[in-house]
Design a protein around this ligand. Structure first.
Ligand SMILES: *Cc1c(COP(=O)(O)O)cnc(C)c1O
Length: 404
C-alpha cells in the first residue's frame, strides 16, 4: 500500500505541480436567474409546446442577425434537413459538404436520399475550400453546405458566386457562428438559408434547439410547414370560413418544431448575447497571447475583418517538435484536471462515410492534418481568470517538459 502510494506521487510530480483541485469541464452553459425566470414563466403559463415564446423568438432571433424570417426548430440538425429540402434537394441529387465538420452537416443529405460530395477544407480556417467546391460541381449538384468552423465565417463571396453561376442553393451550418460576421454582415443573412444550433455547449444554449434564418419567404414558409407535419391551414381557409380545427396535409412533413420551454430559455440567452460573446472573446485573447510564439503550438486563426463567435478555441500542436503525441498531450491535461475535446474527426475517417461513399484519405490532406494536431481548450462564459490561467499553465508545462 505504502509503496504504491509512494510510486504514484513520484510519477505524478511534474504534472501535479499544476493539478487543479476541481475538474474544469470542457464546456458549461451559462444559466442565470434570467433563464430560470423565463422558463418558470412559461411553465406557469400553460403553453409548453409551440406558443407565444416560440413566436417571439422567431421574431427576435432573425432580427439579431439581420435576417427577414426565422423558423425555430428542435435542433440545428433538423434545421439543416429542412433547409436542404427547401432549396430543392431530392433523391439522387448531390450536396457538396466539407470533410471537416460534425456528422450532421453531411448526414441530413443522406436522409433526403441525396449523396454528400465531401471536399477538403482551406488551411488554417478549416472552412470549405471554394476551389474544391468548383472542382466537385456536376450536373447533379443541387446545394452547397458551408460551415463556419469555431465561429469564423466561411469564404462566402466566391462560394455565393459559384452557387449563382450554377444555380445551386447555399445552406450555412452556423452551429458555431452566433454572433459572427462576414465582411460586416451578420452570419444568418448571407447564405440562402442558415441553420443555428442552441445545443447545450453552443454560444446560445437552450439544451436542444435551433433556428433557421432566411430572406426568402418561400423557403421560410416551406420550412415552417415541413417542421410541422406538412400541415397547411391556408389550404383549407381558401375554401371558406372553417373552424380552427381544420388543416390539410399538403407535403410529407416532419415534427421538428421548437417548444416554448426552449424558446423561453433562448429569449433570455439572446438578451445576454453581448456579455456571452465578450466572455468568449477575452478567454480567446488570453489564450492566444499566452501561446503565440511558442514553436510547439499553433494558435487558431482570428480575423481583424470579421467577428469571431469563439464557440471553440482550437489549439494545434506540432507533434514533430514534441516527445509526446496528441493523445498523450490530452492525457496530461486530464492529469491537470482539465477537460478538453478534439474537433473534428473528418468524415473520411468514419467507416460509414468512407465505405458508403468511397472516400480516400489522400483526397483530404488539409482536414487530416488539421484534425491530427487539434486540441479544443475550455472556452465558456463564466470561466474565471484562475480557470483560464490553469489551462495556460498546464499547456505550457506540458510543452516545456516534453520539448524535443
Ligand atoms: C453542434 C453541431 C451541429 C448539430 O447541432 P444540433 O443542434 O445538436 O443538431 C451541426 N453542425 C455542427 C458543425 C455542429 O457543431
Amino acid at each position: 500500500m505504502d509503496g504504491d502510494h509512494q510510486a504514484h506521487s513520484t510519477a505524478g510530480n511534474l504534472t501535479q505541480r499544476r493539478r487543479r483541485e476541481s475538474f474544469l469541464p470542457f464546456a458549461r452553459p451559462s444559466v442565470t436567474d434570467a433563464e430560470i425566470n423565463e422558463v418558470v414563466d412559461t411553465l406557469r403559463s400553460g403553453w409548453l409546446s409551440v406558443g407565444p415564446k416560440t413566436k417571439q423568438f422567431e421574431k427576435e432571433f432573425p432580427a439579431a442577425v439581420n435576417a427577414t424570417y426565422g423558423v425555430a426548430v428542435n435542433s440545428a440538425t433538423s434545421g439543416l434537413q429542412l433547409a436542404l429540402e427547401a432549396v430543392g434537394v431530392r433523391p439522387g441529387d448531390e450536396v457538396i459538404v466539407p470533410d471537416y465538420s460534425f456528422t450532421a452537416t453531411a448526414m441530413v443529405a443522406v436522409h433526403l436520399g441525396a449523396r454528400p460530395v465531401v471536399v477538403d477544407v482551406s488551411p488554417r480556417t478549416c472552412n470549405i475550400d471554394p476551389a474544391a467546391i468548383e472542382r466537385a460541381i456536376t450536373p447533379r449538384t443541387k446545394a452547397i453546405v458551408t460551415v463556419d468552423i469555431a465561429g469564423l465565417a466561411a469564404d462566402f463571396d466566391p462560394i455565393m458566386e459559384l452557387a449563382r453561376a450554377h444555380g445551386l442553393g447555399v445552406v450555412d451550418d452556423a452551429a458555431h457562428a452566433f454572433p459572427a460576421t462576414y465582411k460586416g454582415r451578420m452570419i444568418g443573412s448571407i447564405a440562402d438559408i442558415t441553420s443555428f444550433s442552441f445545443y447545450a455547449t453552443k454560444t446560445l444554449a437552450v439544451g436542444d434547439g435551433g433556428m433557421l434564418t432566411t430572406d426568402n419567404q418561400d423557403y421560410a414558409k416551406r420550412m415552417a410547414k415541413m417542421a410541422m407535419h406538412g400541415m397547411d391551414r391556408d389550404a383549407w381557409n381558401r375554401y371558406g370560413a372553417h373552424g380552427s380545427w381544420q388543416y390539410e396535409i399538403t407535403a410529407p412533413g416532419y415534427k421538428f418544431n421548437m417548444s416554448d420551454i426552449s424558446a423561453a430559455m433562448g429569449l433570455a440567452q439572446l438578451a445576454r448575447r453581448d456579455w456571452l460573446l465578450s466572455q468568449r472573446q477575452w478567454i480567446a485573447a488570453r489564450y492566444t497571447e499566452a501561446f503565440s510564439g511558442i514553436a510547439e503550438l499553433e494558435t487558431p486563426p482570428d480575423s481583424t475583418r470579421d467577428q469571431h463567435a469563439w464557440h471553440l478555441y482550437m489549439l494545434r500542436i506540432h507533434p514533430e517538435r514534441l516527445r509526446i503525441d496528441r493523445a498523450t498531450f490530452i492525457e496530461r491535461l486530464g492529469d491537470a484536471n482539465i477537460g478538453v475535446s478534439v474537433h473534428f474527426i473528418p468524415f473520411h475517417l468514419h467507416s460509414y462515410y468512407r465505405d458508403t461513399f468511397g472516400l480516400r484519405a489522400e483526397d483530404y490532406p488539409v482536414a487530416t492534418d488539421a484534425y491530427e494536431r487539434e486540441i479544443s481548450l475550455p472556452i465558456f462564459p463564466g470561466m474565471t481568470q484562475e480557470d483560464v490561467d490553469d489551462v495556460i499553465g498546464a499547456v505550457l508545462d506540458i510543452v516545456e517538459s516534453n520539448r524535443r
